[in-house]
Structure formats: structure tokens, C-alpha cells
Design a protein around this ligand. Sequence first.
Ligand SMILES: *[C@@H]1O[C@H](CO)[C@@H](O)[C@H](O)[C@H]1NC(C)=O
Ligand SMILES: *[C@@H]1O[C@H](CO)[C@@H](O)[C@H](O)[C@H]1NC(C)=O
Ligand SMILES: *[C@@H]1O[C@H](CO)[C@@H](O)[C@H](O)[C@H]1NC(C)=O
Ligand SMILES: *[C@@H]1O[C@H](CO)[C@@H](O)[C@H](O)[C@H]1NC(C)=O
Length: 439
Amino acid sequence: MLLCTMVIFSMAPRMSTSFWSAKETNILWRRRETEHLDCGRILRNDKEYINNFIGDKRISIVRNIDYMDMSCSSIQNRIIPFNYHLRPLKVGVVFARVVYKDYEFLEKQVQVSYHPQNNFCFFVDSKSDADFKWRIRRLARCLPNVHVLDEELPIDSAGHNMNLAHYKCMERMVKYPNWGYFILMQNHDVIGKTVYEISRIFELLDGANDIDIDKEFGRIEERFDWDLKTLRLFRDESLYTPEFLNKTLRISKGSVQGSLSREAVEWMVKTVNPRVYLDQWNEGVYGVDEQWISTFQANDFLGMPGHFTDKCLNETGNKTDFISRWSKWSWADEIGEKCGSKFVRHGVCIMGIEELPVIAQMPNIMFNKMMPSFDYAIVDCTAELIFNRTFLGQDDHPLEEDYYLNMVNVIYHKHHMESDYELNCTPGYEIWRNRKYPL
Ligand SMILES: *[C@@H]1O[C@H](CO)[C@@H](O)[C@H](O)[C@H]1NC(C)=O
Ligand SMILES: *[C@@H]1O[C@H](CO)[C@@H](O)[C@H](O)[C@H]1NC(C)=O
Ligand SMILES: *[C@@H]1O[C@H](CO)[C@@H](O)[C@H](O)[C@H]1NC(C)=O
Ligand SMILES: *[C@@H]1O[C@H](CO)[C@@H](O)[C@H](O)[C@H]1NC(C)=O
């Protein structure tokens, strides 16, 4: 790649061990293992070419980072695009991620979304290994907009402490100005849009939250009460009538990942206190982290800024479109037949290199999930795609602005206060879930 070579030359890189390719010192650096990949051919869905990197020929990375130079200057060289100009964003964002492994992958994620107006908040699972903790904490020492909270908590696959971790990031981040949306993420989510695209999406959402709302699964613990009074939800109860505080939350379930407006996050931290609610869920058994933002988003009477309602779920029995996260479930499908990569883990498709065209054309902000130990090529090619769009003006799939503008939650947010407003739960476009997959 000619352009790349030029950039490296002008960066006057300090070479590190031979383990890394020379591109290390450029933000487009690739691992040795993926250096030879032509991501452009993969983006064009050249099946013959893609066949060289799937099945037993997948490029995976198991143990890797021993040689990664963790001095601040090296970290900054890998992340900050010194040689490129970044335009200001209309909407800066917080990427709030609960993490436990794969430092290199996470550093790459910071790199692709790096912008002086964006912030990264990491909450570390206390069970993570010491080397991982050391690296992620170093990252925060070298970049002012990366925050790693001092506190750690044990977080498990049942979701215990997950919500609390995200809440602590909210508490931290409301102290910082200049961001407009807050994205809740988990370790292996991959951002699939540029900083400009994300900013534009949130500009179009214009204050509406983008949260998954689905039926509660019968996980609710009946031994607890879920009324606002018991939950001590509102910080200043004198502002509300006893009848209001006597209302019970209608619990719904949804993905942990989602996007909240800044106003919603400020409200979550300053107007309410969800701690009792979260503590009660933390006593549960499974999927205990999937009822927080979903329930708050659906219970419109709470008045969380940017909220939606559970009327559509009630009326149609279906969830409403949600774009923050792309994922495919493949239950009872041991061989992953429904997954592009033909690989499924705990019911979720793990993405492989053949899915770059999917990532390029879906309207979603993040993709769940990629795992370096399964396929690292997709991680590097996604980063190259975003680099090209950010810095080379590549226009392979212009943002579908009408998609975001016409989302049911966005229209609701814009108009629900108008007297003649009528909720229409049927989107006027084809939702991404119904698009062809795998390609
Ligand atoms: C990125 O841009 C370079 C230079 O134009 C091109 O060779 C490469 O195929 C592009 N990659 C992707 C994933 O679009
Ligand atoms: C609260 O609701 C319960 C039933 O849900 C009712 O029995 C009780 O009278 C209500 N209390 C107030 C103060 O409204
Ligand atoms: C949804 O259905 C539940 C149970 O039938 C009901 O209690 C609730 O009020 C309904 N919500 C809306 C917004 O209509
Ligand atoms: C609910 O979703 C199913 C499956 O996508 C669809 O067939 C059905 O028409 C939807 N129902 C309504 C009322 O939108």
C-alpha cells in the first residue's frame, strides 16, 4: 500500500523488536500475521480470496503481546494520528467498556475511535490477570482521554456487577464536558463506524436513546419489591407524590450495550439513584445485567431524557429496532450454520474475516463479537476500513442517514409531546435484522 509506506517514512519511527511490522509506528500498523492481507479484496467480497483465510486457515492470535512496547511514546505513536488532521466533532462520545482480557485488541479499539473530543472509560474485572491490568492502566496514564477506574469488581458471565461497573463510569464521566452520548460496551465489541459517522448518527438521534427493549424472561425475583419508593429511586422524593412513588417498574430485558444521551446519563447520576435497583438484580442468577437500561428506557413515566415506551412491545410483542449493537443469535445451532463464520459460542455468532462486507454495510455502531483467539484478521481489516473512511475519504458505503432519522424511537422522541402525536410501531424501512445474512 503506497500511501502507508509514505506515512511510515515520514513518521521517522523508532523500530522495536522484529516481532512487529514496521507499521507499528503508524496508526494503521498491522500485526505480522495479518500484514499480507488485502482487506480491500475482502471488502469487495472476493470469495475466492477469502477462502484462503477461513476454515483451518484462519488467522488467530492466542498469546501475543509480550513484545508490545508500553512506553508512553510508543502507545501514543500507535494511537494518535499525528500525521492526519482530525476535524472537530459535533457530538463527542464516551465509550464505556467493561473489560477483562485482550489488551492489544482493546488498544486497537481506542485507536480506531481516537479523537480529542472522545473519551474512553474502562472498568476492569478484578479477576483479570495482572499483566492485563498493568497494561490497561498504563494506557490511561499515557492518554488524557482514557480513564481506567481505580475500583475493580468481579464480573461474571451471568452479568453480576456489570451494570454497577457501567454506572461507575457514568458517575466519573459526567464530570467531563464536551461529550453528547455515552455508549455502553463489553470487552469484545468492535466499533464499525468512524468518529465522524458516530457523531453524525447521534446528531440524527438528537437526544433519543438507542436501547434494546424486549420481554422480561421470568428472571425477576418476586421476593423483592420494584416500586419507586422501595427502590429509593428518586434522590429527592419530596418532588413526587406518594401515588407516583407507589408505581411499580414494568421490567423489560435487553442488550447490555446501548447508547444514552448525555442528558440521560446526567439524570441517571443526579436525579435518580439506581443502586437499590441494581443491587436487587445483582442477587439474581442469570442475565442479571440485561434489565437496567432497558427497563428505564421503557418506563416512560420515569421521565428519563431520551426515553421510549413499552407500548410497542405490548402491542406487537416484538422488540423495536435498535442499532447500537449488531449481533446474531444462533441458539440450538452447535455448528453455527446461521453464522457467517460458521462459528457460534454461547449462542452468539463469533465474527470472522468473511464478514467485513457485513460490517461495512450495516447501520450498527458496534459489532458483537470478534475474538482474537478465533479470528484476528477481521479485527485488523475492520480497523483499516475505518482508517480509510476517516483519513482517505473512502466512501464505500455512505451513511444511511434516513435510516437513523426514521427509527421509531427517534420519531417518538421528536414528537411524543405533541398533542396529536400517534405512536406508530412499524418502521417505514427494512430493519437491519431482516437484511440478508450471511452475505
Ligand atoms: C484502504 O485503502 C487502501 C488505499 O486506497 C486500499 O488499498 C485498501 O484496499 C483499502 N482497504 C479497505 C478495507 O477498504
Ligand atoms: C400503593 O399501591 C398498592 C397496590 O399496588 C396499594 O394497595 C396502596 O394503597 C398504594 N399506596 C398509596 C400510598 O398509593
Ligand atoms: C404493557 O402491558 C402491561 C401488562 O399487560 C401493562 O401493565 C402496561 O401498562 C402496558 N404498558 C403500556 C405502555 O401500555
Ligand atoms: C413481529 O416479528 C415477526 C418476526 O420478525 C413478524 O413476522 C411479525 O409480523 C411482527 N409482528 C408485528 C405485529 O409487527
